[in-house]
Design a protein around this ligand. Structure first.
Ligand code: NOJ
Length: 563
């Protein structure tokens, strides 16, 4: 039976940067309420908000201090109830982030766990993961292993009062929870049920594939295989699913990288107890330069491997076809802005490439997740000072780049190209002070291009990126494209992104030049039976032309043939 979450359209709100109603420079829950009409006009039906819980904000709320309290930065529990009511009154749904892998080091469980004199120390010590120090030949204390955290640097932090290291696979202010501890799991379940009882419609499960660790702690560097995707994490997720997610008919989007075909179905197959749909990242980094050892890994900007990108989309669609459910999205709060990353953010092709990216993605099947600001083509940040950045990851990695031999300029460019802060700058609502986000200087600088790239301006322009999004998202619903099955043409072509797909009423051909250089291509023979429906050029075009301008994209359609 069809489920509501299969044919919904999700919008991800990065709460801190969306809209500030109390003028403290930080986005808030009332800000989301204030913009529900806007979201509805875009065709959005489900809103996923990034963590709204009480937190010292080391990782902008993914470090939770109190799971049952709303961060004062964002409002109160009454504001949260207002948000649920306002959304539900519009028949919209609210999905919240659920962070299960770790807490803040300021969470009362950890405060007790790290302090042997705390009255509840015994109870909470094993809610976390501890390891005694090792010693070298000279008796110097050593880390238990060389495992490297996802934010760079060791995963171990020494805690003198217990003479032990605790594990943190993200920042040192985010100690990992011990999922082998049943009492801890039961406490988390109580917390989850509390939010369900309040009326949330689902969860996005953070870092879900890290819950289990290799407790023999073998030495390795970086050692990811010892704290990622260990089979037992499925047992924990299925336990939550059977006891809470399924009985309450919640929408569960699980974040997990690196899943095999079989594992993907274990997460999000139709008969899985774990999630309803998977958020994986395979398509997010198809342009890394493996020869760059100065700003390595995701930080090494290279050329886009388009065949790899298309094969990735085709692969995930195939994995879930008839067996489970997929999400489609370009980017979230952990990647650069897609128009800067895979399109072009300079004036000449900004609008054109943003529309091209929208055409190629939003005719694909699955549940789409639009990231705030994507619909107006918000770009990477233009920061010139290290102090403009905010992300905890940036500062460790900057030091790593310098240690690898990068100059300050090279390191800064890597941050501007690849850091997560690119996707977190304040939403550009209009050309007023602070882009209309707040009347107070925002918690992180607004991008200087806000006078040109903003919602207000694009609402007044019938040819804007925003109008394209409105059109495509409405069309997507009408044509029930969530359930379609695309047939890709020439997955190995290095420049042409093209496929055929059939919706409820029409068959569409999506033909796009994904790159900045012009291209000549052979159009499919069947084209004569189609008419041009959409294109992203600023001028008229010959619809039979085999020449494609930089980033040119066209959508042709014809009435669906009767079966
Ligand atoms: C994944 C989230 O998307 C990311 O933003 C966060 O830093 C880590 N999990 C840790 O919670």
């Amino acid at each position: 039976m069809e489920k509501w979450w299969q044919n919904t359209i999700v919008y991800q709100v990065y709460l801190r940067s969306f809209f500030d109603t109390n003028n403290d420079g930080i986005g808030d829950l009332q800000g989301v309420i204030a913009k529900l009409d806007y979201l509805q006009s875009l065709g959005i039906e489900t809103v996923w908000i990034s963590p709204h819980y009480d937190s010292p904000m080391d990782d902008n709320g993914y470090d939770i201090r109190n799971f049952l309290k709303v961060s004062e930065d964002y409002g109160t529990i009454e504001d949260f109830r207002d948000l649920l009511d306002a959304a539900h009154a519009r028949d919209m749904k609210i999905i919240i982030d659920l962070v299960l892998n770790h807490t803040s080091d300021e969470h009362p469980w950890f405060v007790a766990a790290r302090d042997p004199s705390h009255p509840e120390h015994e109870k909470y010590r094993d809610y976390y993961i501890w390891h005694p120090p090792k010693y070298d030949a000279l008796g110097q204390r050593k880390l238990p292993t060389q495992w490297v955290s996802w934010f760079g640097g060791p995963v171990w932090e020494y805690n003198p009062p217990t003479d032990a290291y605790y594990l943190h696979i993200f920042s040192k202010k985010m100690p990992d929870l011990n999922w082998r501890n049943k009492a801890m799991r039961e406490d988390l379940k109580r917390i989850i049920r509390w939010w369900v009882d309040l009326g949330v419609d689902g969860f996005r499960i953070d870092a879900s594939n890290h819950l289990e660790k290799n407790w023999s702690f073998p030495d390795a560097r970086p050692g990811y295989e010892h704290f990622s995707s260990l089979p037992k994490h499925h047992t924990y997720l299925a336990e939550l699913g059977r006891e809470i997610f399924k009985p309450n008919d919640l929408m569960i989007m699980g974040e997990a990288g690196g899943a095999s075909r079989a594992e993907a179905l274990q997460y999000a197959g139709f008969d899985s107890d774990e999630f309803n749909m998977l958020i994986q990242f395979e398509h997010c980094w198809v342009d890394c330069d493996p020869t760059n050892h100065v700003t390595p890994g995701k930080w090494a900007k290279g050329t886009i491997d388009l065949p790899r990108l298309k094969h990735s989309f085709a692969h995930w669609i195939d994995v879930f076809k008839g067996k489970g459910w997929n999400t489609i999205y370009w980017a979230n709060h952990d990647q650069p802005r897609v128009v800067s990353h895979y399109g072009c953010d300079t004036h000449d092709y900004h609008t054109r490439s943003a529309k091209m990216l929208a055409y190629v993605l939003y005719f694909l099947p699955g549940t789409p997740i639009v990231y705030y600001g994507e619909e107006i083509g918000m770009t990477n940040v233009d920061y010139t000072k290290l102090s403009d950045f905010r992300d905890v990851e940036v500062f460790t990695e900057y030091e790593n780049f310098i240690a690898n031999g990068a100059s300050h300029d090279v390191a800064m460019q890597a941050l501007r190209d690849r850091s997560r802060d690119n996707a977190r700058s304040p939403m550009q609502w209009n050309r007023m002070l602070h882009a209309g986000f707040s009347e107070h200087p925002p918690w992180m600088p607004v991008n200087n291009n806000y006078e040109v790239i903003n919602v207000r301006r694009q609402e007044q322009d019938g040819d804007s990126i925003l109008m394209t999004y409105r059109h495509l998202l409405t069309l997507r619903k009408e044509e029930r494209l969530a359930f379609s099955t695309p047939e890709f043409f020439d997955l190995d072509h290095p420049q042409f992104f093209s496929y055929r797909t059939t919706g409820a009423q029409h068959t569409f051909l999506i033909l796009a030049n994904f790159k900045a250089s012009p291209m000549t291509c052979r159009l499919p023979d069947e084209l004569q039976t189609y008419t041009l429906y959409l294109h992203n050029l600023e001028h008229d075009l010959d619809e039979k032309s085999e020449q494609f301008e930089p980033y040119e994209a066209r959508v042709y359609r014809r009435l669906k043939s009767p079966r």
